[in-house]
Write a protein that binds this ligand. Structure first.
Ligand code: CMC
Length: 440
């Protein structure tokens, strides 16, 4: 099935009057299936001689997409029309991958074929293993991810032709399957344990836990509660519309770069603390707070304009309501801690208290700052045994399918052009070259 985007058109227009010249301009309005209408300003510069200014893209739709829909005011997240809550409860990660990539949930034979395909692509070229020894053992695993995923282009030459739909699909399958393997390899390398080859008798999340925590000297017993929690964490992070890393992937791909390079650029963007790096930052922050009695001090710091400290795991560019993923994450957190018999986790206690205090604080209420997906994920991952440096890597494992689906959608869009924003230049206008003896 094709995932091509239907073109959004409407008969409506908006009129703009340039008060400097009195000239009137009319622009078409586009309408999607749900969500705000969009003014089509593609001819804005040609007609008005002006650019629009929107740093941070707070009001700019950079593409049409049929993959994910978010209503930030209502706290709604839909993948191909299905709510994240239902997907997290009733589906599994590979099924969600299929849905994101192809637009529909798979029927039984489609699912069997997809699961088999992904499972059979989980091994990496043996030479990639020796590639790892080039990294220092104390490298941040995200640095290893950026380098190694980008290097896949040097190994898989038969999936680099982006104009061939079969090669695009092969690249998509390879990345969904191999990024978890690379993530587990990065972890094993950092702790000096032998690499574990993937096991085809395990499902996606079980296999990931096995490659991460298994050792060759004894059998690894998968804990079904933890495997299900892992799977749910992957589902919750699978895609999130046009966020920073996805937009990075689209922009990189718009120049027709190869898919492995594009996904590597997405991983780089995800690494930042304002984005995927927040789950690691939440745990650092909870450690820094250290005791419930210090919460008011940190809340006060987060409100102080002269302090760069922000409450990590709070706030979102789009959600001005509870992040629907955070609610599911909170529930999963409880299940994991119960399963592991962790009754009194001091960090969880601080997190619960922090959430309570922040949600009652007029500053957070007025600015609509709610806990986001990263607030609880760190506590779950820590309890499962992942070091904090792996948290953002796990986000990257899950988000790979979102990046790949959005990249594919963009490449399959017939009107796709290279992304090339303009600027408001505030530098020096043209001036004559200054000889050395005249410079200050
Ligand atoms: N703590 C304290 N104040 C905050 C916070 C926070 N976490 N987040 C936003 N604010 C304030 C901010 O200072 C600003 O105040 P004012 O209007 O007085 O200048 C106002 O709320 C609006 O914030 P903003 O920075 O303009 O909002 P943004 O849309 O540019 O940033 C954000 C969104 C997620 C980067 C930001 O909320 C933040 O830094 N949160 C902490 C990091 C975090 O948890 N990131 C994970 C996001 S969810 C997962 C993902 O996307 O990867």
């Amino acid at each position: 099935m094709s995932s091509a985007v239907p073109q959004a058109k409407s008969q409506q227009t908006v009129t703009m009057i340039d008060n400097a010249t009195g000239k009137k301009f009319e622009f078409p309005v586009m309408e999607g299936t749900v969500g705000p209408r969009v003014v089509d300003i593609r001819k804005f510069y040609a007609e008005t001689g002006m650019f629009t200014y929107d740093p941070g893209f707070t009001s700019t739709a950079a593409c049409e997409s049929a993959v994910t829909y978010i209503d930030g005011d209502k706290g709604v997240l839909l993948h191909r029309g299905y709510s994240i809550k239902e997907l997290a409860e009733k589906s599994d990660f590979l099924e969600v991958c299929y849905l994101l990539l192809h637009g529909e949930l798979p029927n039984k034979p489609q699912k069997t074929e997809f699961v088999t395909t992904i499972t059979r692509h989980t091994m990496v070229h043996e030479q990639i293993l020796s590639f790892f020894s080039g990294f220092r053992r104390d490298s941040h695993p995200m640095a290893v991810m950026v380098g190694t995923v980008g290097a896949l282009a040097a190994f898989y030459h038969d999936s680099l032709d982006i104009d061939d739909p079969k090669q695009r699909e092969l690249a998509a399958h390879r990345m969904i399957a191999k990024v978890p393997t690379i993530a587990a390899l990065a972890y094993k390398y950092s702790i000096g344990q032998p690499f574990m080859h993937p096991r085809n008798d395990l499902n996606f999340s079980e296999n990931f836990l096995y490659m991460t925590f298994g050792i060759p000297s004894e059998p690894y017993k998968v804990n079904p509660v933890l495997a299900r929690a892992m799977d749910r964490i992957f589902i919750l992070h699978a895609d999130h519309e046009q966020n920073a890393s996805t937009s990075t992937v689209r922009l990189a791909g718009s120049s027709r770069a190869n898919p492995f390079a594009c996904i590597s650029s997405g991983i780089a963007s995800l690494w930042g603390r304002a984005h995927g790096g927040a789950n690691e930052a939440v745990l650092d922050m909870l450690h820094q707070i250290g005791d419930k009695s210090r919460i008011p001090e940190f809340i006060a710091r987060s409100k102080d304009k002269n302090d760069t400290f922000r409450l990590m795991g709070f706030g979102h560019r789009v959600y001005k309501n509870y992040d629907p993923r955070a609610e599911i994450m909170r529930k999963t957190c409880k299940e994991v801690l119960d399963e592991l018999g962790i009754k009194d986790d001091p960090l969880l206690d601080i997190a619960v208290e922090l959430e309570k205090i922040a949600l009652q604080d007029p500053y957070f209420i007025e600015k609509k700052l709610y806990p986001n997906v990263d607030f609880y994920s760190g506590i779950i991952l820590k309890a499962m045994g992942f070091p904090t440096s792996m948290f953002t890597v796990l986000f990257a494992v899950a988000r790979t399918v979102g990046w790949v689906s959005q990249w594919k959608e963009m490449i399959e869009e017939p009107t796709q052009r290279i992304g090339r924003p303009r600027q408001l230049y505030t530098g020096t206008p043209e001036r004559p070259f200054l000889p050395m003896d005249k410079r200050k």
